[in-house]
Structures are given as structure tokens and as C-alpha cells.
Design a protein around this ligand. Sequence first.
Ligand code: GLU
Length: 506
Amino acid sequence: MIAKKEEKRIRTRFAPSPTGHLHIGTIRTALFPFLFARKNKGTFILRIEDTDLERSKKEWEDELLMGLNWMGINWDEGPVVNSLDYIGGHSPYRQSERTKIYRKYLEQMLKDGHAYYCFCSKEEVEAQKQYLMSIGESPVYRGACRDLPKETVEKYLKEGKPSVIRFRTPVDTKVSFNDLIRGEIEVSTETMGDFVLAKDLDTALFNFTCAVDDVEMEITHVIRGEDHIPNTPKQILIIRALGFEEPKYAHLSLILGTDKKKLSKRTSKTSLIDYKDDGYLPEAILNFIAFLGWNPGTEKEIYSLNELIADFSIEKIQKSAAIFNVDKLDWLNGFYIRKKSLYDLTRECIPYLIKANLIKEIAVEKYLVVETNEETHLEEIEKMVALYHERLKKLSEIVELIDFCFLKELDYSAELLKWKEMSNQEIIDSLNKSKEIITALEFNQENLEKELMEEANKLTNRGNLLWPLRVALSGKNNSAGPMEIAFVLGKEKTIMRIEQAIKKLK
Ligand code: GLU
């Protein structure tokens, strides 16, 4: 009986280079292979491609790890957060620590003849490329050092003549692969020439390290950005030359802004940390990013991480560029904010209030918040946040929405108290009326609503009562309604603010 060939267990990877802030678009490059691995009960690997020692920094790597963690994109193999350790059986997972592995494979390729030392100077290579361009051919290295006698190579190496290690690219051959998103892609080796694999045995370059690691780490599916399409045929050739089988490839389309241009710092926030600081929730970002180039083919727009895992498939990834529409992200963020309990939302808003100096410090266990000038109970802050629970789009907005609740005196111009054609005296009378009603009533939201509306409804224009009162209490052109605010402020503060407004008009 012939044993059925066992399907390889799916292994995907995210292989970032820690050379800058974690770009929000990069999250998608992590998310898709993660979803694919999870969906297929496979393994998701995080590999740090830090061979560019000048541009790679530990702080960028830390930001990357924290960012992925925050988003809930967890890896099964790779570096451990806040540690130099690794998890997984293919460590190390930082390329800077894998020099020995690359050296071993470089030596193997030199021995097999798949690679060779090249001693051409930069100027010589450049002159040759210029010549090729002048006759309309691809400016590639055509292999002047390909067949140097062994003795010459040894002599030059001994003399310390500068060299690089090049790949002996098969001449005039086609390399093709079936991209899981784009279909068949075929490239002629004439467009590659004998490209450089390594500066020396201890300094391998990107295509080589990436190809070696993908086979060493037994990656079955490489899912990455389309900017890597030109590298794929080279990596396939390297992998085949090493005697391995290449993984499957899927290249994700670009992410563009609504102006159809590449997302840039000049036109929008680009780093994940900025979105986090602005009060975007990870679940909203995740939902939003998943739809950049993928959709389930149904009307369903709200997706939790687990639902994404359940519904994800590479076939539903689109070839065309994805459009990053921040309005959609805001809408999703508002949705997830509304879904939060008031308790949780308030706690998430508190760091913003502290940062804005509206409150000083908190001892949540005691449900006590110490305000700049006086003590505020956490319950009171909950009431303030509740005013905007339905309308809040980002956590950071809470500061300018509820700052007036904390201030001793509001800073606004008397002009703002004026509703339509009201005279100063009419505004004063209106505010006095509100004060009289509020002073007399038993203070709760229901009574506030009932008594003030009863009075407002007597007037030809309700705004004559409600507008000056709302401005007196909030100092703002836009805010929640006056009764809601009065209830949050409490009787004493409400009356005090009405008096302060009247004073402004005199
Ligand atoms: N380190 C590469 C980059 O950050 C990605 C390599 C890959 O995914 O193959 O662009």
C-alpha cells in the first residue's frame, strides 16, 4: 500500500526590517500571513530582518513587537517581547545572529559552482551597465569573473583583492511561479544577470538571507508586499540551487491614500503608534486593515479577530491597490467605542485626561480621581464620558469634549450666549429663569428635563431658553444638551456657571 503523502503543515512568516516606525500599512503585511496560518491551524513566524546594521535599531524592533502584541497578532515562533530569548525550533530569528548559517550555504554554493567570487571594481561594473543600456539591453552584470581559473581566484583572495560573491544565474532561462493572488508570473534570467549574494562570507545580502531563511524555517507560504515581486525569481533560483523546493508566494497590492498616492507622512499619520496615541482601538484598526485588499464577498463589515480567522482566504485578496480611507477607520472606531461599556471606556479615556492636565492621578481601586484643584469621583467622570459615548470617534477627542466639566471658570465670549436676535437683557432674563427653575427643583435628570422643557415649550423659540443655558454651562458652540450637562455638573456648579454667564453680560 502506498502511504498518502502527508500535506505539509502550513508555516507563514512576517519578516520586517526594523528600520523605522511601524507603519500602519505594514500591519497588513503581518496580518494576512497571520490569518492564513491561524485559519489553517498552521504556524506563524516572526523573523527580524536586521542585516542592514546601520539602519536597523533595537528601538524600532521593540516598537514592532509591542505594536503587533497590542493588535493581538501573536507569533508562534520568533523573538520574545522584552527579552533576547526566542520561542520556536528554528532560532535565532534575528538575521543578524544567523551569519554562520548563511556562511554555510554560501560555502556550499561556491563549492557547487552556483556562486563565484567576482573581483570587478565598482567602476568596471558601472561601465559595463552603461554600455548595455546604450545598446538597449538590461543593465545587469554579465559575468566577466564567471569563469576565472581557480588559481586566479585563490591568488586574488590571498592578496585581499576586493570581491563580492555572485550568483551564477542560469543563462537565458525563464523562471516562473504561480502567485496565489496574481497568477502566473514569468521572468527571464536575462533581466537579472549574475546578482550579488553576499559582500563576503560573513555579509550575505537580502535575497540570499531571505531565501535561505524561508527554506531553513520551512516556510510554506510567503505572503508579502508586491514590492518584492522582482526579488521572488531570484530567491527561487537561490532556493533551487541549494537543492530545496521553493514555498508558494502571494504578493499583496499596494496601499494608497484616497488621493491614489502612496501613504505619506505629509498627508496622513502613518505610524501605528500615532494611531494608538490618538485613541484608535486595536479592534477597529484590525477590522479596518483586514479590508485593505481583502473582503469576504458579503455585506458583513464588522469583524472580530476570530471572525477574520474563520472567514479569511487568499482567494478573496484583490489584485488592485487598496485604498486607505481614514473616514472608514473613524467610523469603525466609533462603532467599537459604542460597543464598550461605560466603565471600560472611562478607564481608557483617563490617560488622555491626565495628559491634558485635567486630572492629576488616579487610584482606581478607590474609585477616586484627584483633579487639579479638587477631588472628582470616578463616577462623575463616567457621567461626563457618558455625555459623548454615542458620538466619540477617537479617545483623544474626549479632552476637548469634556474639559469644561473640570474647569473652575470657562473662557468664552459673551457673544456666544446670544441666540438669534436676543438682546442682552433678554439673555439675562432667560438665564435667570433657568436659574430660578433649577434652584427650585429636586435635582435629578428627569426633573431637569421635564421642568426646563416645559418652560422652553412655552416660548415661540425654544432656543431662547436652551441656547444661553447650554453655552453658560459648557462655554462651547457645540456640546451635549444643557440638561444632560447640568446633571453632570451638579446643582451647585450649574448655578454658579449661570451666574458667571450673567456677569459676563453686564
Ligand atoms: N524584510 C523585508 C522588508 O521589510 C521583507 C522581506 C520579505 O517579506 O520577504 O521589506
